[in-house]
Design a protein around this ligand. Structure first.
Ligand code: DCP
Length: 240
């Protein structure tokens, strides 16, 4: 039962454990395998909350999430972990070598797999320029990377697993337009379903579907061209 990457939300409402207010309110959508979804919305709208439900960091309070028609609750955690690449908003790197950080979660990754993923994430050259290349230590007793470098390293780490579903939660925000576009071109080759939180119009433009999120709801959805025609709000974002 190989996952292909279709993702369905069916009437999903969600509140964080112990909280009384719903941060997601009756969210439904269907994404086909291989589609790119750009998620836009102001801070606190619920973008990360939606995405966290896909790798089951949380379960919906009401409704259900399906991957390839299977309720996530019936999918083995191990299968999910192998098939879903998730880069959280704050890249999580630990004190260890670049190589160790890249292989985190996939300890059998070979150096050539790491290099290929790093090339796709546009971080390979930065790594080879470091004192000890892939063996350079990061963190407290090692070298500090810039925000954009950390983001690219996290993307590389996610790509190593060749995920069917890749979730980039604002993980390209520190990249310039050109670098982001190179990363996205490389991700296209993986043919995975891609969810990307972004503020960049250039990224929204290339998406098969854009979702505008506000106050825990999808308030608009469509392609860039469709939304330019139908959505005043989207046009405001596009021209801002
Ligand atoms: N929230 C919460 N507990 C958490 C995380 C979030 O109560 N552990 C709340 C804060 C917001 C709402 O949930 O009111 C939605 O938060 P999200 O992080 O999902 O919102 P965004 O991802 O859209 O915001 P940002 O762009 O700032 O990341």
């Amino acid at each position: 039962e190989q996952l292909k990457g279709a993702v369905t939300f069916e009437h999903v409402s969600f509140r964080y454990p112990g909280m009384s207010t719903y941060v997601l309110k009756d969210i439904s959508f269907h994404i086909r395998p291989g589609e790119t979804v750009a998620i836009l919305g102001s801070t606190g709208a619920g973008k990360s909350s939606i995405l966290q439900l896909i790798p089951r960091l949380y379960d919906p309070t009401e409704g259900a999430v399906y991957v390839d028609g299977m309720n996530l609750k019936d999918v083995k955690m191990d299968d999910l972990r192998k098939r879903i690449g998730f880069t959280p908003q704050e890249s999580i790197l630990f004190s260890g070598t670049v190589e160790e950080n890249l292989a985190w979660g996939k300890s059998d990754a070979t150096l050539s797999e790491m290099k290929a993923a790093a090339q796709d994430a546009q971080i390979h050259e930065t790594i080879t320029d470091l004192k000890d290349g892939y063996e350079t230590k990061l963190g407290q007793k090692g070298i500090n990377l810039s925000g954009g470098q950390k983001q690219r390293l996290s993307v590389a780490r996610a790509l190593i697993r060749k995920p069917n579903i890749l979730i980039l939660d604002d993980s390209t925000s520190a990249l310039d337009l050109q670098t982001e576009s190179k990363v996205l071109d490389a991700i296209d080759k993986y043919k995975c379903t891609l969810f990307i939180v972004t503020q960049k119009l250039s990224t929204a433009k290339r998406a098969d579907k854009i979702m505008l999120i506000d106050d825990g709801k999808i308030i608009e959805e469509g392609t860039h061209d469709q939304l330019m025609n139908t959505s005043t709000l989207y046009r405001e974002i596009a021209y801002s």
